[in-house]
Design a protein around this ligand. Sequence first.
Ligand code: LLP
Length: 434
Amino acid sequence: MGEGFQYRDGTLFAEDVPLPAIAAAVGTPVYVYAANAMRAAYRRLAGALATVPAGRRTTLCYAVKANSNLAVIRTLGREGCGGDVVSVGELRRCLMAGIPADRIVFSGVGKTRAELAAAVEAGIKQFNVESLPELEILSQVAAEQGRVAPVALRVNPDVDALTLKQITTGTRDAKFGIDIERAPDLYRHARALPNLDCGGIAMHIGSQVTDLKPFRDAYQRLADLAKLLRADGFPISRLDLGGGLAITYRDEVPADPDGFAALIEDIVGPLDCELMLEPGRVLVGNAGLLLSSVIYPKTDLARPFLIVDAAMNDLIRPALYGAWHAIVPVAEPRPGTPEAPVDVVGPVCESTDCFAQARHLPPLASGDLVAFLSAGAYGAVMAGEYNTRPLVPEVLVDGARFAVVRKRPTFAEMVAGESMPDWLDDRPAAAGAP
Ligand code: LLP
């Protein structure tokens, strides 16, 4: 269920707030986040790391792509978390939310010159560079500003993360990183470029990685490379180990934080480097749910459907990756209530707008509330406006308090950026206009 959410007297609560109260105040669909569950996830990981020397040299840089709501970033930032960003937009969000620049790393395969310039100006902790041309542009940009940019080359260790194919990033056929065998050449090249401090190595092998073995294999390769580079005269002092720690959506057993910390100590501890991690999902995934109402049960068919007011534009993971999210009624079913298989679908005009097939649920009627669990990561951030559906709002719960942290746009706001070209404009031309 995620620790921020539990039934009390037959109603599902987010921390101390009953979900029907949020639905009544904000409407549905709406994302609901439990701040204390996020803090707990952060403290679990930070606490495990604090038990080993290498962990105490580690900065946790929250991968804000998982959930970039400003209030979420600030909640984690106040815990001491840094940020991992992949665009200037995410960088600005982190700064706005109060994360100091010296705790921000910039990842991503296609950072533009303008983005690099903004990040150099902000004075971020590290650039995880993914190609030779990027390295050259970064050097120029840093020189223009008279600064030295701290760099890690993101290497691709060619290790299979044993996760969904769509979210694997560390194998040789991925667009990410630099082939680990080519890395020494690139470091030599980088050494010749001005205004760069190439004392780092970075990697990220994929997401929702349940097993420790891929981490062990990849970190071993990273450690081997660090030793090789040091022998070649490079003062490697920073290692960014990426993100990827899994959560339980259904029955996955994620790697436990203590085992993960022990692994880090074991493999990279002896190098005595400053370390960074880029966890996203593990900090926020199970701290959020998507609250939705049943529009119509269409259960008189051979294949019964439950049509809800959330859709693939609000939570795209099932449509995009075949991902599984638990779906639970907000009114707790009485023990012994019969369940029947039903396809849970949204109103969008696409057959892929399907959250679950033949899911066993108790009988539900129009207006009943349901919750899609484990939706705190890669939920709202991947939402869109397909079918002119307004971007789904977000609510943050903290104990008995809740606040709308992104409102539902009005129709006027949704179309505000659009305009008619003059040849389609049917307002009368202004007097004197040509
Ligand atoms: N660092 C880098 C460079 C990344 O590309 C990612 C995720 C992370 C860190 C954070 O990974 P995490 O700890 O959250 O696993 N939309 C997909 C997940 C895509 C992940 C992309 N990169 C999903 O819904 O499952």
